[in-house]
Design a protein. Structure first.
Length: 365
């Protein structure tokens, strides 16, 4: 059956050019393995029958990817192979996606939620330490940080639900409250958390810029933990890639569902095609941003209010704009840019203006 599918692919017209060498090697390797597979499973009906290899106007590269993916998904681990290195290599349980950190009986702790909680705790420890170093009383700020965390989660979830309402939530509105399973839009959380911060400062007559500089230091730190949670849940993934750093998420992951809908993999494939781990790229970038902001705050917290926050806006806007180029999950757009890129451009301008103001204040004093 695999041979029949292969021969249905090979005679395609070459008007669109030959396959890239890496893809052609994958196809050739798949064809070589087909004979061995059919020899061991000659009577099987496991392979998909649903016109998997119809061209449907797809280019040769996509047809080749479908062939390779279908064969990978059809591989079965024999009983006498279990426990061997080959079986472990092909076992679908050996994946990068671990949505459940702990699952014992009725106790289920989601990795995504645990990462968010850990990020909050670490951020609070850093805030407390900075307050001690600068002589500020940290006690009143604990309530503010909790308020910003809650409003940030609500805003992030609301923005995600609005963008994905028709595709994910219209038929299952009860899933709106399942924030422990991922599905947050960072900019939505940032905007609502900032609104709560401003209301709190105005109500208590606090100076806004010195305080917002303090919180700007730890936002990237908490954000990094959140992106690690995204990686373990499988959301916010990148584009298809054959690079050494690419990862393959398992059956049922967001990447798997999207690739199946696009016709890139069979509906019984054990894993998705490899994609860039943009979650980890962003986590690394914002951790570096945290280090830079931490240094700036220690040096300029008193002399240039607003400088750290301005640098955060500029730094994260650049990071997010670049990450969006590598993202492979569905993205809503505004003209040529995604929504996140559009917001990034606005924050870049706002951050630049704030940096200029802070530099002028620093020069005057």
């Amino acid at each position: 059956m695999l041979f029949a599918a292969a021969f249905a692919v090979r005679p395609l017209p070459r008007a669109d050019g030959p396959l890239e060498p890496s893809i052609q090697n994958e196809v050739d390797h798949a064809l070589d393995r087909a004979a061995a597979w059919l020899g061991r499973h000659a009577d099987t009906n496991a392979l998909p029958q649903d016109d998997l290899f119809k061209t449907n106007g797809l280019p040769r590269e996509r047809i080749a990817l479908r062939l390779v993916s279908a064969q990978r998904g059809a591989v079965v681990v024999d009983a006498d192979e279990r426990g061997t290195d080959e079986a472990r290599r092909r076992d679908p349980e050996r994946t990068v996606m671990h949505p459940d950190l702990i699952s014992i009986g009725f106790l289920h702790i989601k990795t995504y939620g645990a990462c968010m909680a850990l990020g909050f705790l670490v951020a609070w420890q850093v805030v407390s330490w900075l307050c001690r170093r600068t002589g500020r009383n940290a006690e009143p700020l604990s309530n503010l940080l909790m308020l910003m965390m809650v409003t940030g989660i609500v805003g992030a979830r609301a923005a995600y639900v609005i963008e994905h309402w028709s595709s994910e939530f219209a038929a299952h509105p009860g899933q709106i409250i399942r924030v422990d399973q991922g599905g947050l839009m960072f900019y939505g959380g940032l905007i609502l958390a900032m609104a709560a911060f401003l209301v709190w400062c105005l109500a208590r007559r606090e100076r806004i810029l010195p305080l917002i500089d303090l919180f700007a230091v730890v936002v990237p730190l908490g954000h990094a933990f959140g992106r690690i949670g995204c990686f373990f849940y499988g959301c916010c993934y990148g584009r298809l890639s054959e690079s050494a750093c690419a990862v393959a998420f398992p059956r049922g992951s967001p990447a798997w569902h999207e690739q199946m809908r696009d016709g890139l993999i069979a509906n019984d494939a054990l894993r998705a095609l490899p994609v860039l781990p943009t979650q980890l790229f962003e986590a690394t970038a914002v951790l570096l941003l945290f280090g830079a902001l931490f240094f700036l705050y220690r040096r300029f917290w008193k002399r240039a209010p607003g400088l750290v926050f301005g640098c955060y806006l500029v730094g994260y806007a650049c990071i997010r704009f670049g990450i969006e180029v590598l993202r492979g999950d569905p993205r809503a757009t505004v003209g040529p840019f995604s929504i996140s890129q559009t917001i990034s451009l606005a924050l870049l301008l706002a951050g630049g203006a704030l940096i200029c103001r802070s530099r002028a204040h620093l020069a005057a004093h």
